[in-house]
Ligand binder design. Structure first.
Ligand code: ADP
Length: 502
C-alpha cells in the first residue's frame, strides 16, 4: 500500500513507511480507534503520481453521533472538564513538542498526501502547526472575564468566559495539519472538546496527529478524528443537535451550506474562513524587484491553492510591461514537480480540481490572453496533476475568471490609471479576505489599506501569517477571526453573573 513513485534518491523516514503500511486507518472516537459503523473506507491519493497512499475509514452519520456523545461526555464529566488552564496549557505544549519531534515524518506525510514541496512542509506547515499550539497554550490560563459597573446600587456584576462545548472542526486540504491546529489550539485552550474532520483528499497528518494526541496525554473524547467525505461526514457534523459550534475553513459554497444546516438544526455557532479573490496592487513607485518577487509568491506559492492567493494583479499603467515581463520571467523559473525533488511548486490536489482550473481558462478564452502556462504538464509528470504558473492578461473585470476563486496557479493581470479607479476595482468582488499593496509612498499605502474591504492587507510584502495576528474575511470570505486573541471569542461564551449585595 505504501508504494509511491518517489524519485530514486529519496528514502522515507522509517516512521513514515511504518505509518503508511499500518492502514487501513480507523476513526478516533472517545479515545479508541474504530472502523466506520458502515465499514466503508476510501482511498487517499498522492497528487504527484496518482497513486493510492492509504485507505481510511469513511465516517457517516452514526460515527458523527458516536463522536458527539464521546465529546459531550468528555466535556461534561471526564477529567478534561476538571482541568484548569495550566493543565490544558501543559497538554497543548506537549502536543506541540511531539509535532516538533516528529516533524520529518509529518512533513513527508503532508508532502505525499498534498503534494507540496517537502522543504515547504518541513519549514512552514509542520513548525507553524507546533507554534500555533504553543501560542494558544500561552492563552489557556489567561482567559478572563471582567467586573462591570452597572447603574443599580448594591450589585456586583461580573463576567466569566466559558467554553462553548462540543466543537466540530471541518478543514480543507491545502494546509492539512496547520489548518487542524488553527481550530484545535484555541478550542482546546478555552476548554472545549472537538470533533475534527480533515478533508477527504488529505487525511494522513490528522490521523498521525490523533496518535500523538494520545501520546501527549489528552483524555479520551477530548479530540475525536473522523476521516471521510463532506457528505455525509461533514454535513452530519453541521446538522447534529449535540454539537454546539462548527468551525470551518473551505469554499464559500460549502460555507453557505454550513450556515443553512446550523440555521435548521440547533442554531449552532458558526465561524467560517472561506474563499478569496484578493487584489494585489503594484504602483509605479514601488520597489520593482520586490513587487515582482512578491506578485510571483502571492499567486504561485502552494500552487495558488490558498484562500489568500493574490489572484487579481493590478499594475499601474506606466510600469505594466516592466512588471508583467518580470513576472513572466520569474514564473518561468519556478520548478514544478514532485515535492520530493527540488521542485518549488507541487501538483494540484486532484484531477477534478485541475479540470476546474482549466475550465476557467476555457470559459473566458475569448477575452483573456494567456501569456504563459495554461496547459497541463505531460511527459514525466503526466500521471500527476500538474499545471505550470499561468499568467493571463485582461481588461474586463466582469469575466468569470476575474470574479470566481480559481484556487490554482492562475493570476489575472490588468492595468490601472487612477486612484478612484483602483479603490473601486480592488473592491469589486464578493470576497474580502486579503490584499497586497506595493508602493514606496507610505501615506498612499495606508490610505489604500483603509479603503480596501479585506480582513488582511499586506504592504510591500504578501502572505505573512502568524499565530498572534487575527485572520479572517470581510464580505463573503467569512465570519469571525481566527488567530490571535480574537480566536478565543469564537470558542467561548460570555456569562454575566449578577450578585445582590443586599
Ligand atoms: P475545497 O473546495 O477547497 O475542496 P470544500 O469547501 O469543498 O473545499 O471542503 C472543505 C471541507 O469541507 C472538507 O473537509 C470537505 O469534506 C468539507 N465539506 C464539503 N462539503 C460539505 C458539506 N456539505 N457539509 C460539511 N462539510 C463539507
Amino acid at each position: 500500500m505504501a508504494v509511491t513513485k518517489l524519485p530514486e534518491e529519496v528514502t522515507l523516514q522509517p516512521e513514515t513507511t511504518a505509518f503508511l503500511s499500518s492502514g487501513p486507518k480507523k476513526l478516533l472516537i472517545g479515545g479508541e480507534w474504530v472502523s466506520a459503523a458502515s465499514g466503508e473506507t476510501f482511498e487517499t491519493v498522492n497528487p504527484a503520481t496518482g497513486e493510492v497512499l492509504m485507505e481510511a475509514a469513511a465516517a457517516g452519520e452514526a460515527d458523527v453521533d458516536a463522536a458527539a456523545h464521546a465529546a459531550r461526555e468528555a466535556f461534561i464529566s471526564g477529567p478534561w472538564s476538571q482541568m484548569n488552564g495550566y493543565q490544558r496549557a501543559d497538554l497543548l505544549w506537549r502536543l506541540a513538542e511531539l509535532i516538533d519531534q516528529h516533524a520529518d515524518e509529518l512533513a513527508e506525510l503532508e508532502t505525499l498526501d498534498n503534494g507540496k514541496p517537502l522543504k515547504i512542509s518541513r519549514r512552514v506547515d509542520i513548525p507553524q502547526a507546533a507554534k500555533h499550539l504553543k501560542y494558544y497554550a500561552g492563552w489557556a490560563n489567561k482567559i478572563e472575564g471582567s467586573t462591570i459597573p452597572v447603574s443599580f446600587p448594591n450589585n456586583l456584576v461580573y463576567t466569566v468566559r466559558e467554553p462553548v462545548g462540543v466543537v466540530g472542526a471541518i478543514i480543507p486540504w491545502n494546509f492539512p495539519l496547520l489548518m487542524a491546529t488553527w481550530k484545535l489550539a484555541p478550542a482546546l485552550a478555552a476548554g472545549n472538546t472537538v470533533i475534527l474532520k480533515p478533508a477527504e483528499q488529505t487525511p494522513l497528518t490528522a490521523l498521525r496527529l490523533g496518535e500523538l494526541i494520545a501520546e501527549a496525554g489528552f483524555p479520551p473524547g477530548v479530540i475525536n478524528i473522523l476521516t471521510g467525505f463532506g457528505v455525509p461526514a461533514g454535513s452530519a457534523i453541521t446538522a447534529h443537535m449535540g454539537i454546539d459550534k462548527v468551525a470551518f475553513t473551505g469554499s464559500t459554497a460549502v460555507g453557505r451550506r454550513i450556515m443553512e444546516a446550523a440555521a435548521t438544526s440547533n442554531l449552532k455557532r458558526v465561524s467560517l474562513e472561506l474563499g478569496g479573490k484578493s487584489p494585489n496592487i503594484i504602483f509605479a513607485d514601488a520597489d520593482m524587484a520586490g513587487a515582482v518577487r512578491g506578485a510571483n509568491w502571492a499567486i504561485f506559492s502552494n500552487a495558488g491553492q490558498e484562500c489568500v492567493a493574490g489572484s487579481r494583479l493590478f499594475i499601474e499603467r506606466p510600469v505594466f510591461d516592466e512588471v508583467l515581463d518580470g513576472l513572466v520571467a520569474q514564473s518561468e523559473r519556478v520548478r514544478v514537480g514532485n515535492g520530493f525533488t527540488n521542485a518549488n511548486m507541487g501538483p494540484i490536489i486532484s484531477e477534478k480540481q485541475l479540470s476546474n482550473i482549466l475550465g476557467y481558462l476555457e470559459t473566458d478564452s475569448d477575452n483573456i490572453e494567456i501569456v504563459t502556462g495554461g496547459e497541463r504538464l505531460t511527459g514525466e509528470l503526466a500521471e500527476g496533476y500538474f499545471l505550470p504558473p499561468t499568467i493571463v492578461t485582461h481588461d474586463n473585470d466582469s469575466l468569470t475568471i476575474v470574479n470566481e476563486e480559481v484556487f490554482g496557479p492562475v493570476v489575472t493581470v490588468t492595468a490601472f490609471d487612477e486612484w478612484e479607479e483602483i479603490v473601486e476595482r480592488a473592491n469589486l468582488t464578493n470576497y474580502g479576505l486579503a490584499a497586497g499593496i506595493w508602493t514606496r509612498d507610505i501615506g498612499k499605502a495606508h490610505r489604500l489599506a483603509h479603503a480596501i474591504k479585506a480582513g488582511t492587507v499586506w504592504i510591500n510584502q504578501y502572505g505573512m501569517i502568524d499565530a498572534p495576528a487575527p485572520f479572517g474575511g470581510f464580505k463573503q470570505s467569512g465570519h469571525g477571526r481566527e488567530m490571535g486573541k480574537d480566536a478565543l471569542d469564537l470558542y467561548t461564551e460570555t456569562k454575566t453573573v449578577w450578585v445582590s449585595l443586599g
